[in-house]
Design a protein around this ligand. Structure first.
Ligand SMILES: C[C@H](NC(=O)[C@@H](N)CCCCN)C(=O)O
Length: 478
């Protein structure tokens, strides 16, 4: 075999791998769009639900409690099952099916005026959505760990937040369009409006199935460097929970970064109280936060991958969030400014922090780690939401802001500890992007399987290259 033939074979390998990678990138980043869109379906039509089902505000809250509180536990189980029992391919299909099942029950509950069925639906939807996130992050780590991981998370967050923004605008418009055009009873109108979410969740299930096929084919093709442990067992092994010290610090930082949400849920009334804003203007200011996150997440991902230095970006993000809360607390500057700063800070933090587990854990432990992270952030959000309510009721909004500044100083403390601990261990989490992109970087324990931007020769292709060279020399000797 001539050198040209070898080169042609290798470039065809590169083309196929590029094709796999681009497909995986699209499927992974879109996987949670449908669930992200449907998560706040109740809030998009809150008044209509209250009126149609004749429920109180407290009962309405049950629709969210049943969605979020079970997720203090379920992602840990779901993540472990992905790693050790069902595998992430089948797991993702099961979890997206659970989302779909939950959304279907929720819609039926609306249609038949059965509030309890809506709550059961939201329970299945909630555990399905959160575990789909665990599976999505695990897939991201499996495919893109290395120099492209943050852009993947950036695009994931752009789509997830875009889903939320669209939900609030489209679902409501759809409901009123159906109501005015067909004059149906409002239960049926609610069900029909929520059917859009159901269709998008169906797409997630389809994406999960295609992704499993692409992943399987890519594995057969030798795309991945790291082998998946195929030994599946139903016996609980605590070994998968034995994380290195830095991973525990990452859990704490994830909890802290997500404490922005308990604030955001109270923000509309805060804006009305402090700035005398109308309800519409307050909601608009909150939406500025979400729009900022949607726009900047992908850009942040790109910047973080280019520069590396994830821990520095987390520190910068932390400072931005503190600045934002300080402006809210101690100035009367228009709240849209700190809302934008908060959006940039939060987006920077999440885009950088979710990449970190992939640098220190094997792919066989990623599901468990992401599951624990999701459980931890739900617990943190749950506790801080309750505390925030108590603080507002008893001490007012200035105290609430001081409380959030204090929480962010705790985040700063743990970020510095992580920085020092990582430095002492050789700075794996805080490398320059250039160094991660350098394929000869032997320090990196586990490399990115393939480069998304410009797929270079894979390490896993080297045996094939050797094989071709062998064939070539044999042909020549004959
Ligand atoms: C990964 C993280 N997920 C969450 O915070 C979930 N608890 C709630 C998702 C709500 C989506 N509108 C995230 O979305 O960043």
């Amino acid at each position: 075999m001539k050198f040209k033939d070898i080169r042609d074979k290798l470039s065809s390998l590169k083309t196929v791998n590029n094709y796999f990678t681009v497909s995986a990138f699209i499927l992974i980043t879109l996987l949670n769009f449908g669930p992200g869109f449907s998560y706040d379906n109740p809030a998009a039509l809150e008044q209509e639900i209250l009126r149609t089902l004749k429920i109180s505000n407290a009962e309405y809250e049950i629709l969210y409690i049943t969605t979020s509180w079970p997720n203090v536990l379920f992602p840990i189980i779901g993540g472990y099952l992905l790693d050790r029992v069902i595998g992430y391919r089948l797991g993702t299909i099961i979890y997206t099916s659970c989302v779909l099942f939950g959304q279907a029950l929720f819609i039926l509950g609306c249609g038949f005026n059965m509030f309890w069925l809506m709550c059961v639906g939201r329970f299945f939807f909630g555990i399905g959505t959160e575990n789909t996130t665990v599976a999505q992050f695990t897939y991201a780590g499996r495919w893109f760990k290395g120099a492209q991981i943050s852009i993947v998370f950036g695009v994931i967050f752009t789509f997830t937040r875009l889903g939320s923004i669209l939900d609030f605008n489209v679902t409501q418009a759809l409901y009123f369009a159906i109501l005015h055009r067909f004059q149906l009873n409002s239960n049926i109108c609610l069900s029909l409006a929520y059917t859009l979410g159901f269709c998008l969740c169906t797409l997630s299930l389809i994406f999960a199935i295609i992704l499993a096929v692409v992943d399987k084919k890519a594995e057969k093709y030798g795309t991945f460097n790291e082998k998946i442990d195929e030994k599946r067992t139903f016996r609980l092994s605590l070994k998968n929970f034995a994380f290195p010290f830095n991973m525990w610090l990452i859990f704490i930082i994830i909890i802290c970064a997500y404490l922005v949400f308990p604030f955001i849920t109270l923000a509309p009334v805060f804006f009305q109280t402090k700035y005398g804003y109308s309800s519409a203007l307050s909601s608009f200011t909150v939406s500025i936060f979400f729009i900022t996150v949607t726009i900047v997440s992908s850009i942040n991902g790109l910047i973080i991958d280019r520069t590396g230095k994830h821990l520095i970006w987390i520190l910068i993000a932390n400072v931005l969030v503190i600045v934002s809360h300080s402006i809210f607390a101690f100035t009367f500057l228009p709240p849209v400014l700190p809302a934008i700063i908060l959006g940039i800070g939060y987006s920077l933090a999440t885009t950088a922090v979710w990449a970190l587990p992939t640098y220190i854990l094997s792919v066989n432990q990623l599901g468990t780690a992401y599951g624990c992270s999701l459980s931890a952030l739900n617990l943190g959000e749950g506790i801080i939401s309750v505390l925030s309510g108590v603080i507002v009721d008893n001490y007012g909004y200035l105290s609430l802001e001081v409380f959030f500044i204090f929480l962010n100083l705790i985040w700063l403390f743990w970020s510095i500890i992580l920085f020092c601990s990582d430095y002492a261990k050789g700075g794996v989490l805080n490398k320059w992007g250039r160094s991660r992109r350098n394929k000869k970087d032997k320090e990196e324990k586990i490399e990115s399987p393939i480069s998304f931007i410009d797929a270079p020769l894979l390490e896993s292709e080297e045996p094939k290259f050797a094989q071709l060279e062998l064939e070539n020399s044999e042909t020549q000797s004959i």
